[in-house]
Design a protein around this ligand. Structure first.
Ligand code: NAD
Ligand code: WQD
Length: 338
């Protein structure tokens, strides 16, 4: 089975290509490299011992996509390509709606024209907004997103679901990721944010490696066990494996399916700092700052549905997530730029 991986040079995409190739799938990657380096795919090839066919194509480029699909004759698509910086999406909403929504509309139109009506879509826990309850099951109502990025995910879920209802030949799996961290054991691929990291773990690893002075913890007055925000962190290799399991479901004619990919366990910001220090032996100096607008107190998954239906469970605990994030950062202080 041949899989088109959009955004496959990025953080989650590159890890997923490793797991797909290891599981015996043929993989074709397209990426416009707006937030990635082609070097990630060279490193993937070193890990798996298999070349990764790559096309520098934007998902909004209908002609470019059509040529790739004509040539490669893929069976299914795992769709990671998208812009993902929450803060930037507030200042550039048009760019986010254009890239994520217009791009996906063109992608799925080309997929159906080329008879590849199978898609696994990168959604996010952000679609739950401030969740009505925790642990969050897939039945939890979707909420008000606090930024255009979140709305692109919520709207794309709706668009893909409507399309599947209208044409049952489509198999659509919406995967709602919680907070991916960690890196491949080799330490050769990992998360490589541009500029100042928005997310907690890359910020911590950049403090640990000496690129930033200290972590600012965004608020310690939330209604949580220590006042700092609680999230469900998941190892990126576990997340990647979730996509391999979802492909099994595609083969069984999934129809429309929605799964949370999280561990079911919530850790606070302070828990993460402590676990990182314990796992790596490196101190992370921090200060307490004000809350970050749009943040919620607590967000963690119920991972039961993915376990029961996909036979998927997260294998890695928080110490390994921290150790693997650090292994990547310390071996590649400048990401793929060295
Ligand atoms: P990433 O930025 O590392 O990967 C996205 C990739 O898509 C990049 O390589 C980028 O160059 C490419 N891309 C962007 N726009 C494109 C376009 N128009 N055409 C072709 N390629 C394009 O991000 P990631 O963390 O690997 O996230 C992958 C997906 O998972 C994204 O859709 C993201 O929204 C979603 N997601 C991420 C998280 C997270 O915390 N990392 C959480 C939930 C969902
Ligand atoms: C985690 C916790 C912060 C940075 C975001 C997106 C979400 C999804 C995953 C894509 C929070 C605190 C953070 C820092 C801090 N992405 N923090 N200091 O906000 O849960 O989710 O990424 O879909 O849509 O919103 O992740 O890593 O930014 O924050 O104290 O410098 O760490 O307040 O409690 P978040 P995060």
């Amino acid at each position: 089975m041949k899989i088109l991986v959009t955004g496959g040079a990025g953080y989650i995409g590159s890890h997923t290509v490793v797991e797909l190739q290891n599981a015996g799938y043929d993989v074709v990657v397209i990426d416009n490299l707006s937030n990635a380096s082609e070097k990630s795919l060279e490193r993937v090839a070193k890990i798996t011992g298999k070349e990764v066919p790559f096309y520098k194509v934007d998902i909004r480029d209908r002609e470019g996509l059509s040529k790739v699909l004509e040539k490669e004759k893929v069976d299914a698509c795992i769709h990671f390509a998208g812009l993902k910086a929450v803060g930037e999406s507030v200042s550039k909403p048009w760019e986010y709606y254009d890239n994520n929504i217009a791009g996906t509309l063109i992608l799925v139109d080309e997929l159906r024209k080329h008879n590849a009506k199978n898609i696994i879509f990168s959604s996010s826990a952000t679609v739950y907004g401030d969740p009505a309850f925790v642990p969050i099951t897939e039945e939890c109502p979707k909420g008000q997103c606090t930024n255009p990025y979140g709305w692109t995910k919520s709207m794309l879920e709706q668009i893909l679901s409507d399309m599947q209802k209208a044409d049952p030949e489509w198999n659509v799996i919406l995967l709602r990721y919680f907070n991916p961290i960690g890196a491949h054991k080799s330490g050769t691929i990992g998360e490589n944010p541009n500029g100042i990291p928005n997310n907690l773990m890359p910020y911590i690893t950049q403090v640990a490696v000496g690129k930033r002075k200290e972590l600012t913890i965004f608020g310690n007055d939330y209604d949580t066990h220590d006042g700092t925000g609680v999230r469900d962190y998941i190892h990126v290799v576990d997340l990647a494996d979730g996509h391999v399991k979802a492909l099994e479901m595609i083969k069984k004619k999934a129809g429309l399916k929605i799964y949370n990919l999280g561990t079911g366990v919530g850790y606070s910001v302070l828990d993460i700092v402590k676990n990182f220090e314990a796992a790596t032996g490196v101190k992370v100096p921090y200060v307490i700052g004000p809350r970050r607008p749009g943040d919620i107190a607590t967000c963690y998954a119920s991972a039961e549905k993915a376990k029961n239906e996909l036979n998927w469970v997260a294998k890695y605990g928080i110490k390994e997530m921290c150790a693997d994030s650090w292994n990547w950062q310390k071996n590649n202080p400048n990401g793929y730029e060295d």
